[in-house]
Design a protein around this ligand. Structure first.
Ligand SMILES: Cc1cc2nc3c(=O)[nH]c(=O)nc-3n(C[C@H](O)[C@H](O)[C@H](O)COP(=O)(O)OP(=O)(O)OC[C@H]3O[C@@H](n4cnc5c(N)ncnc54)[C@H](O)[C@@H]3O)c2cc1C
Length: 369
């Protein structure tokens, strides 16, 4: 049996960020993942860094603050994680949807979000390869971006090791027992003892929490983002674009081109639920995208298995100690790519110093007690 300090269960982008930030406090950190870093929701993510549709106001503020931390987080990691800024454009041909978008733009401006309306001509200048089609209204957010989230999780793991921590991959934590003195973790191979344990196991967090008598309700939220192999540059300026439905389509699609050239495409909004991971559906998504970017004609869509978003029942993140003891800490959230820098930084502060950060109050797990 080993006596260690803090364990993090889960090397997705959120758990990895938390583990990295904890290691900067001089803590002895051990990370367990049943697969590889980023192999959960993180590896399926569209990875749009934004606060665009986030409500209520405190949740918007948390996301906005995290966006501002992203560049510094990337610098500290010291490797290329595919971070690309450039902003997002959303536009509609439909008058009612266009008007709703303009109303949302006004609200976000009043909240201090860098966003402005955009004309068809301005959009054509930003994205010369885009076949815009009918256009009623559009908005341009200036400070949004995207990242390659698996690279972030891997970079955090490298830093944890550099700071003296241990990483156990392909190691599933099968049980957790909390006593007054310690927390005991059992993996398929070994038993470990820690002073504190962070549960950052994404959709699997609920089962782990339940075994400790902690209520952590989640709903199932499947999502599909199809990909291509690396392509020459198609999007010239923007990091992401939300495109309106065509005449016979079911809804909008969103597209981004990662810095490695691969293109990702999903349907609906960021929380759109869909579990069709067939090759036919992937082809269909890319065909829709090719109406807007003609050079996508004939490009092969790669089938990506369905991704399950960690999704607390009320849609808001869960961050904090679920009971009076400070031995167990929980992080569970959608938008974890946007939120990874702030949750890592503030979560580590709370765990390492046993303090309580005001801006995390709305997200406490105790709300489900
Ligand atoms: C289709 C889709 C699109 C998305 N788009 C966006 C977006 O545009 N912007 C955005 O900000 N967010 C987006 N998200 C959400 C974001 O990806 C997630 O919120 C984020 O990845 C969660 O990270 P995590 O570390 O909490 O969980 P995960 O990435 O799921 O990591 C949990 C880890 O825990 C490990 N694990 C589980 N159980 C155990 C166990 N018993 N023992 C050991 N290890 C265990 C798993 O192997 C996994 O690696 C999207 C998600 C999906 C699925």
């Amino acid at each position: 049996m080993k006596k260690n300090n803090i364990a993090v269960i889960g090397a997705g982008i959120v758990g990895a960020s938390l583990a990295f930030h904890l290691s900067t406090y001089g803590k002895n950190v051990t990370v367990f993942d049943k697969g590889l870093p980023g192999s959960g929701a993180t590896g399926h993510s569209f990875a749009w860094i934004n606060a665009f549709g986030k409500l209520p106001r405190h949740y918007f503020d948390l996301n906005h603050r995290s966006m501002d931390l992203w560049s510094r987080f990337n610098e500290t990691l010291g490797v290329d994680v595919g971070l690309k800024w450039g902003g997002n454009v959303t536009y509609y041909a439909d008058r009612q949807k266009g008007q709703e978008l303009l109303d949302q733009c006004e609200r976000l401006q009043s909240w201090g979000y860098p966003i402005q309306t955009i004309t068809q001509e301005e959009l054509a200048e930003l994205e010369p390869n885009l076949n815009i089609g009918p256009f009623f209204a559009g908005i341009h957010t200036l400070t949004e971006g995207h990242v390659i989230p698996t690279r972030v999780a891997e970079a955090c793991m490298a830093k944890v090791q550099e700071n003296g921590g241990d990483i156990y991959l392909d190691t599933s934590v099968e049980s957790i027992v909390e006593t007054a003195e310690e927390v005991i973790l059992n993996t398929q191979r070994e038993e470990f003892k820690f002073d504190k344990v962070v549960i950052a196991a994404g959709v699997d967090s609920t089962n782990l929490a339940t075994s400790l008598g902690i209520n952590l309700p989640q709903r199932v939220s499947p999502g599909i983002v199809t990909r291509t192999a690396p392509l020459p540059p198609i999007m010239e300026t923007l990091s992401t674009i939300y495109l309106p439905p065509g005449p016979e389509d079911e809804g909008e699609i969103h597209i981004r081109q990662a810095t490695d050239g691969s293109l990702m495409c999903g349907a609906g909004d960021q929380e759109n639920e869909n579990d069709d991971d067939s090759q036919e559906y992937a082809d269909f998504l890319l065909k829709r995208a090719s109406r807007y970017f003609r050079s996508l004609d004939g490009v092969q869509a790669e089938r990506v298995p369905v991704g399950l978003r960690p999704m607390p029942e009320d849609g808001l993140p869960v961050i904090g100690f679920p009971n009076k003891s400070t031995r167990i800490y929980i992080t569970l959230m959608h938008s974890g790519v946007t939120l990874a820098p702030i949750v890592g930084a503030l979560g580590a502060l709370e765990i390492a110093t046993e303090s309580s950060v005001d801006s995390l109050q709305p997200y406490r797990p105790t709300r489900f007690n």
